[in-house]
Design a protein around this ligand. Structure first.
Ligand code: ADP
Ligand code: MG
Ligand code: MG
Length: 900
């Protein structure tokens, strides 16, 4: 079994691989999670607290790291240290491992630094064999119990260590039950279980050509090896990737003396939370089972019972609660769990077992909880004097707030899943199926709720996405156009639902053998990535109470300002409602796609000369002015950064010949000319093409019109009341000469307007730093720019030389192979892109000490990126409206962390 030993030639090292716990003492403590894993560290801590913990030993995570580093061999000295610690356990338990008359049985339990519930393996009742089972029967005076434990062990060990399927054993047990004409396990007698055990062993021999291992020592090392191996199983790997847990941590192994919850009606096993993990309510919460072993509670073989009488009554159940069935043990249990919560100063998730009236504690850890519960527990614990406000701030995971900011599907609702895809943007929405953006807009104007379902989306679909309650795409990943835009707008989105087949001609979508027509009602669950049939019951977000309390505390400690990326009045209002302190990025191109002005935009693009362009721009300016007036009014008293036109002009023209002809016919344009112009503007690589300030330099009249609209709007608003705080931002600047030119254009236009209107107004002119050259020469650029906004979406693209739209195709392979740890479009690449931000900030400040520094783009709402912005001393982050509360909390946590 322990074949690893042979491969380790070096002499026994002095490294300590094993730590003991039990009997009111322990070698380790709760602070040693990295070495002992969470489970081991807390077993040690509980032991030292004098709580009833069955004695045991913990093999360190370092042993696991060694195991994988050295070709799956155990480190020298491990075997001896396990032997020594095991004999200590034997002394404390008064039993001996493998001794027929008085056997010590153990559990072998995995336990990494971070809890990974159910991802790795555990074996119970280890040490049982044909002889020790007789000893257990005699000692306990309960033969049925002994053989029940033995059959559990054979099945668990065979599955975890020998790799046999559970079904093999379940079928055998079912045959016996059928033969005996009984339906529940508890109806089997000692003799029945003996027969089941015999059949189990025969099945193992038949399947493997070798007998079930009888030597307890072989069993032990088999199980230890299996726990190490389970660190690399697919479930564990997947879980680690989802939760950013490094593979290099390894797992610890706990070998612990068994206690038995299956020794009759005064025995039981259960799990408890010191508070309700879904609501946060401050009441003991959990379940237990009489006469059962740990895994039965989760396995769902029998219905567990409530812990407290109040909970039982609330659920209207008749089976007695633990409080009623075993009042004395319950009273002791209650005081233990209260003590644990006070000791750890956080909500605990606890496993326990009662063996013939005696309580044992088997695990405690800080309980996982919903965002709602996290807020309530944190705020309540401050009120109870258990934790400080600063601790409360650090207890809530910023990203989890997402759950609270959007309507969600009622957890109790029935779900008829049509198709599944990626959880691209959280929240839930119900509406009629619509396949085209224009149709979505048309129906929405009639007051109908629609869900836009597209193969994939492009910038021309923006109005439809905005009009829709939610978006579904068949193609595209988490950073696809649909996903990014939907998150920005706060629309729920399921992207990449490849199961869906759209037949736009027939007006149906097909998935999983069913088909649904346009107009039929569906619901999307953006948090889960599912498309459901019909209208499913929802629950609305609730942002008062604990949420606002915690946010108020967070605002009190953060230094970074939080702004929003917003261009529509709705987004701006939402952002302000969520506490945004201004607009950090107003993209003006979205405004050009609007149905009532796209014609003028196209006319401008098709114009042969400057005069023609100016004539077309004159038609657009009233619209732009109105856009800005509204934004300034909504954001009264707060800065508004307006970015001038950024995308290449061909984005505003149709692409296919059919579309061009259709447009020409409907708009009375010359189709041939339209085609020629579209052809001239087409680019091999639009991301690096004629866009950003390159447009403003080639066609100054475009930027001039926009600047004029901005300042005319500002004057109008200023005349009515408070003067707006205007910041004009030039995109994609690389050289100081570009911004020098644009600065002059901006100042000239602004002063002309201000003079016309007789208004005086402060404003700032700045640049978006989104090219490596701009970051490197920030010192020169700062001569003409009063603020920088690091556009880290483009800066990531241009630093890596990766197009975000295409990255989905290969980044996954990079993630899987560990070449990158996180998608750099989701979380800022601090070493590379971040270095440019750091340099840009430093060099910009060297020239202009008060240059205002911010970041916009997806990273502005990512907690890890926000911590980076705090570290390099930026002034603000700007993110989508729905991420504003997340950013506020993350900025507070970053400030606290910096303070230390
Ligand atoms: P997981 O991490 O999946 O919860 P655990 O190692 O905690 O795995 O154990 C699985 C189940 O076995 C739990 O219910 C636990 O309480 C129970 N268990 C573990 N060790 C013992 C033991 N020494 N005596 C009795 N029950 C145990
Ligand atoms: Mg557990
Ligand atoms: Mg950009």
């Amino acid at each position: 079994m322990a074949d690893g030993f042979n491969e380790v030639p070096e002499a026994a090292s002095t490294t300590r691989w094993v730590y003991s716990f039990g009997g009111g003492a322990a070698d380790g403590d709760a602070k040693m999670k990295n070495l002992l894993g969470g489970k081991g560290a807390n077993l040690a801590e509980m032991s030292s607290l004098g709580l009833p913990v069955p004695p045991g030993l913990t093999i360190t995570t370092e042993a696991c790291v060694h195991y994988y580093a050295e070709g799956k061999s155990y480190p020298a000295g491990l075997q001896e240290q396990v032997d020594a610690a095991l004999s200590k356990v034997e002394t404390q338990a008064g039993k001996r491992f493998g001794e027929a008359a008085n056997p010590l049985l153990v559990s072998v339990r995995s336990g990494a630094r971070a809890s990974m519930p159910g991802m790795m393996d555990t074996v119970l009742n280890l040490g049982l064999n044909d002889e020790t089972v007789e000893g257990l029967a005699t000692l306990s005076g309960d033969r049925r119990f002994a053989f029940d434990s033995y059959r559990r062990f054979i099945q668990m060990y065979s599955n975890v260590v020998l790799g046999l399927e559970h079904s093999l054993f379940e079928e055998i047990l079912d045959d016996h039950k059928e033969r005996l004409e009984v339906s529940v396990d508890t109806a089997l007698t000692a003799a029945d279980w003996e027969k089941v055990v015999a059949d189990y062993k025969a099945a193992v021999t038949r399947e493997l050509g070798a007998d079930f291992p009888q030597a307890p020592r072989d069993q032990l090392w088999g199980a230890i090896g299996a726990v190490f191996a389970s660190w690399m199983n697919d479930r564990a790997k997947f879980y680690r990737r989802m939760h950013d847990i490094p593979e290099s941590w390894g797992t610890a192994v706990n070998v612990q003396s068994m206690v038995f919850g299956n020794m009759g009606d005064t025995s039981a096993t259960g799990v408890a939370f010191t508070r309700n993990p879904s609501t946060g309510e401050a009441r003991l919460y959990g379940e237990f089972l009489i006469n059962a072993q740990g895994e039965d509670v989760v396995a769902g073989i029998r219905t567990p019972q409530a812990l407290t009488r109040a909970a039982r009554e609330e659920m209207g159940e008749s089976a007695p609660s633990m409080e009623e069935a075993m009042p004395e043990v319950f009273a002791q249990f209650k005081s233990v769990v209260e003590r644990l919560e006070h000791h750890y100063r956080d909500m605990q998730d606890i496993e326990f077992t009662v063996e013939q009236g005696v309580l044992y504690m088997l695990q405690t850890r800080n309980g996982k909880r919903t965002a709602k519960a996290a807020l309530k527990v944190a705020v309540d614990q401050v009120a109870e004097g258990l934790i400080s406000r600063e601790e409360a701030i650090s207890r809530v995971e910023p990203s989890s707030l997402d759950q609270l900011l959007h309507p969600a599907i009622d957890p109790g609702a029935i779900r008829d899943v049509i198709a599944s895809g990626l959880p691209a943007s959280p929240g839930a929405a119900t509406g009629e199926i619509v396949f085209a953006a224009d149709e979505a807009e048309r129906l929405a104007e009639l007051g109908r709720a629609v869900i836009l379902v597209r193969e994939e989306t492009s910038p021309e679909d923006i109005h439809g996405m905005h009009a829709a309650r939610g978006v579904v795409t068949c193609r595209g990943g988490m950073t696809s156009h649909a996903a990014v835009v939907a998150r920005g707008m706060g629309r729920p989105c399921v992207s990449g639902a490849g199961e869906i087949d759209i037949d736009e001609k027939a007006g149906v979508l097909r998935a999983r053998g069913r088909s649904f027509s346009a107009g039929e009602v569906i619901t999307i669950d953006g948090a889960k990535g599912e498309v459901l049939f019909g209208a499913v019951k929802m629950i609305e977000p609730e942002l008062s109470g604990d949420f606002s309390q915690l946010m108020e505390w967070a605002d009190g400690v953060r230094r970074l300002k939080v702004r929003a990326n917003a261009e529509t009045p709705l987004d701006a209002r939402t952002a302000r409602g969520f506490g945004a302190e201004g607009i950090g990025l107003c993209r003006t191109e979205h405004m050009f796609f609007d149905e009532d002005r796209i014609a003028a935009v196209r006319e401008m693009i098709l114009a042969d000369d400057e005069a023609g362009r100016r004539a077309a721009l004159a038609k657009i300016i009233p619209f732009q002015r109105k856009d800005f007036e509204e934004l300034f009014e909504i954001m009264a008293g707060l800065p508004v950064t307006i970015r001038l036109l950024d995308p290449p002009l061909h984005e505003f023209l149709p692409h296919t010949d059919a579309e061009i002809e259709e447009l020409a016919a409907s708009a009375g344009l010359d189709a041939a000319k339209l085609k020629r112009r579209a052809g001239e503007l087409a680019e091999t690589n639009p991301m690096l093409g004629w866009r950003g300030c390159r447009l403003g330099i080639a066609f100054p009249e475009i930027y001039e019109m926009q600047v004029r609209a901005i300042f005319e709007a500002a004057c109008t608003v200023a005349a009515k009341g408070e003067a707006p705080i205007v910041e004009v931002m030039h995109p994609l600047v690389a050289k100081k000469e570009e911004i020098a030119f644009l600065r002059k254009l901006t100042d000239d236009t602004a002063s002309a307007v201000l003079k016309e209107r007789g208004v005086s107004l402060d404003y700032k002119v700045g640049v978006m730093i989104e090219l490596p050259r701009a970051a490197l020469r920030a010192d020169q650029i700062a001569e003409h720019a009063e603020f920088f906004s690091f556009g880290t979406n483009d800066l990531t693209q241009t630093t890596f030389g990766i197009s975000r739209d295409d990255s989905g195709k290969f980044l996954d392979a990079y993630l899987k192979k560990g070449i990158i740890e996180k998608d750099p479009f989701v979380s800022l690449d601090q070493e590379g892109v971040g270095e440019l931000v750091r340099l840009g900030a430093e060099r910009g400040r060297a020239t202009r000490p008060d240059v205002k520094l911010g970041i916009c783009g997806e990273h502005g709402g990512d907690p890890a990126s926000i911590a980076f912005c705090e570290a390099v001393g930026l002034d603000y982050v700007s993110c989508s409206p729905y991420r504003v509360p997340i950013a506020r909390l993350a900025a507070a946590q970053a400030a606290l962390e910096k303070k230390g």
